[in-house]
Design a protein around this ligand. Structure first.
Ligand code: ATP
Ligand code: MG
Length: 362
């Protein structure tokens, strides 16, 4: 991978180990920045800011990240530039006009202390989680999600116009509702299926880490009635019916009140919602099990393992959980792990690590 004017790195070229890469250094040296660069290269966005400008070195106008992905099928060069002139991406040196055509070439799973928010935080965090993770493993999901977001935006704009009496055409609203339901039903259907798959992988991991044989369940929570037998056509009809029911309220509110933009994902341990009833430790274990499950789900869905980015995670886990995590990833996924010091269990378990000392962007 090479960086140019990315955060505190003016210039960096680095060759990584196919196993565990330990990025070690004092605070504020650029460890998380390096993970962020990998995340950007994979997903075209940072995991900690929506403002691309922040990624550009203070002395420069554009930031560039290049990398060569070594896949089972051969080497694939990827490139992203952000800053002045906007976001530009290249695959195999060829510029891509749609980001959705770019995403999916390199998959990552990131685990950072903030991930506890996945369990504890607001529903929007879990929707974002589903969008980012499922978008990497299903191009059908990414396609429908991006059209759904466009349809939602247009419909909300039109509802505002209706509210302010700048428009009155109910027929146009029906067209917009139809579009929303077409893409929204696909989004909900894929989420339901992939949440089921994720649960399948998360359950055994959770059972092992919790050591108390606690049972984890994942539930996709939707306004629509969804089960194994639901078809996309059936969900579309349900969503259309909801939109028709709520139309007066929606015009009064100037926003869409039904659809997958309001759904959630619940984590249950022994039948109780961990968000409300879980201890700190149970919440941590749940977040870790779900993240580890994602690795296997991605492999199952795409045929390749993702990269694993672990930011400051070891210090958050007790010895048992550290041991579990490190044995689970050993020899399986290429891992990038940041830490201020490597001690105890981790020092013993990381057999052939490549340790990179990060000091002020070098
Ligand atoms: P910690 O152990 O505290 O998490 P870290 O090594 O992960 O530290 P980073 O977050 O990677 O630290 O890097 C932070 C450093 O990068 C800070 O010194 C910050 O001032 C610098 N920095 C952040 N954005 C930019 C930028 N756009 N241009 C130059 N430097 C930047
Ligand atoms: Mg950091």
């Amino acid at each position: 991978m090479s960086l140019q004017d990315f955060r505190n790195y003016e210039q960096l070229a680095v060759q990584f180990n196919p196993g565990i890469n330990v990025l070690i250094g004092e605070n504020a040296q650029g460890k998380t920045n390096l993970l962020e660069a990998i995340h950007l290269l994979a997903l075209t966005r940072s995991h900690r800011t929506n403002k691309d400008k922040e990624l550009v070195n203070w002395q420069a106008k554009v930031a560039q990240v290049k990398g060569v992905v070594v896949k089972a099928t051969g080497k694939l060069p990827l490139e992203i530039q952000v800053g002045q002139g906007g976001k530009r991406v290249k695959v195999n040196h060829l510029p891509q006009s749609r980001l959705s055509a770019y995403i999916g070439n390199l998959n990552v799973v990131l685990f950072a202390p903030e991930d506890l928010a996945l369990v504890k935080g607001a529903p929007v965090i879990r929707r974002q989680f589903m969008n980012v993770e499922f978008g990497q493993m299903s191009s059908r999901y990414l396609y429908n999600l991006s059209h759904f977001n466009d349809a939602l935006y247009q419909r909300n704009q039109y509802l505002k116009q209706l509210r302010q009496r700048q428009a009155s055409d109910r027929l146009l609203l029906e067209v917009l509702s139809d579009q929303l339901a077409t893409f929204g039903s696909e989004v909900a259907a894929i989420r339901y299926q992939l949440v089921k798959q994720l649960e399948k992988w998360a359950q055994p991991v959770h059972e092992e880490i919790s050591q108390q044989k606690e049972q984890l369940q994942l539930q996709y929570v939707s306004q629509l009635t969804i089960n194994e037998e639901s078809t996309v056509a059936d969900l579309k009809e349900q969503l259309q019916a909801r939109l028709r029911e709520k139309v007066d309220k929606e015009i009064a509110a100037g926003t869409t009140l039904a659809g997958p933009q309001r759904d959630d994902l619940h984590f249950l341990v022994n039948g109780n919602n961990v968000q409300q009833f879980g201890s700190q430790g149970q919440q941590r274990t749940t977040a870790l099990a779900v993240k580890l499950a994602e690795i296997d789900l991605m492999q199952e869905q795409t045929g390749e393992y993702p990269l694993l980015l672990l930011d400051d995670v070891l210090s958050e886990l007790d010895n048992d959980r550290q041991t579990h995590l490190l044995t689970a990833i050993q020899d399986k996924v290429q891992t990038f792990l940041t830490t201020t010091s490597l001690s105890g269990v981790a020092r013993q378990l990381i057999k052939t690590p490549t340790i990179y000392t990060i000091q002020a962007g070098h």
